[in-house]
Design a protein around this ligand. Sequence first.
Ligand SMILES: Cc1cc2nc3c(=O)[nH]c(=O)nc-3n(C[C@H](O)[C@H](O)[C@H](O)COP(=O)(O)OP(=O)(O)OC[C@H]3O[C@@H](n4cnc5c(N)ncnc54)[C@H](O)[C@@H]3O)c2cc1C
Length: 364
Amino acid sequence: MARVAVVGSGLAGFTAYQTLRRALAPGEIAVFGTDADPAAVWRVRAAAIRQRQMRSESDGHTSPTSFPGLAFSSVRGRRSVRPLLDSVLDRYHPTVDEFLAHVERLRERSGWDESLVLRRVERVAAVDDGFELDGERFQHVLLALGHPGLNVPDELRDDPRVVHSYEPHEYAPTVTVVGAGLAAATEWLNALAAGAEVVSVRRREPARRPLNVPRQYFTRRGLAGYHRLTPRERIERLRSLTAPSYPAGAQWDEPLEHATQEGRFRVEPSLNGSAQVICATGFRRGFRHDPLLARLVAEHDLETADDWLVLDPDSTVPRLSDARRTLAVAGAPAQWAFPAADTLAGARYAGHRFLGRIQACPTP
Ligand SMILES: Cc1cc2nc3c(=O)[nH]c(=O)nc-3n(C[C@H](O)[C@H](O)[C@H](O)COP(=O)(O)OP(=O)(O)OC[C@H]3O[C@@H](n4cnc5c(N)ncnc54)[C@H](O)[C@@H]3O)c2cc1C
């Protein structure tokens, strides 16, 4: 009988699973999810914005240890030591194809399919010494539920021209892109490359930085400082980190300058008569949008702060984790513990701490 459960079969659940497999056999772990392929959801979104390279740096993979990541297999595939050199400097961005092949390899090797239960979990309830997932009992549970859906501004919901950037689409001759983060910037260039005339509608000027969440929050020291913030300060910090940004660099600026001169790119304050409106407006945010989390919070009176579920620094739910049982969270809903929770490095952080708690717990 499995005593450990992971709810969510996406990349965060998969990354945590790889860490759990260091200490547990596939038969000891049950993964509840909606897709057998851990990259199923991600693959569609990355393809929709024509992503070819990973956004994350060298630690953006699903193995249990950060280094060397994908560098060794890329060295073999590309017949070049460049990936390894870049990896040492933490500046290596594997291609999406290299990343997906790595996920496939680990899926086969790790016993993922043996642990998988293709079923959506509706309810997690704390019981003595553990949790019931729709009536089935486990001692330790990791919730890796992903984002609770794509965000489309209310006023655009019924507009037939609208498509979300993370849904499959082609480009009309005139395109308005709403938003100003990395997905929006990618879509400006995609639509321009497809020959479209592009209007950018944005509420705020985007910041220019290499990663959504600055590197300091991936370090032990930066994280310790973050964990010392008061709840109010932490809410403000998380709000500032979720503001739109995309990397600096000529590969972004030159095509935009060129298209601006040609009259094919401009910024406007509001929607116009474009044939297509692409909402690069990210995801719905906050535990209230996820039915499982909203119910968990309401039924167990869990602590929350604004949109966030309050977690301990090790990504566990304080009131429901003790010496006998663990309820942990990975992925976007775990930002309270790790600001970059919605990255592969963030999933690894949650997975390692989850395993640490399991190993510190006596087996009943
Ligand atoms: C286009 C794009 C590119 C990205 N690129 C990178 C990158 O290069 N590097 C990086 O580190 N990060 C990247 N990210 C961020 C992050 O790694 C991904 O968003 C990743 O898919 C998050 O994985 P997840 O498991 O949290 O969510 P998802 O992949 O959405 O998976 C969640 C899964 O849980 C299932 N689920 C939800 N609720 C339940 C339930 N109640 N019961 C059972 N199953 C449930 C869902 O159906 C889904 O299958 C990118 C994100 C996007 C959108």
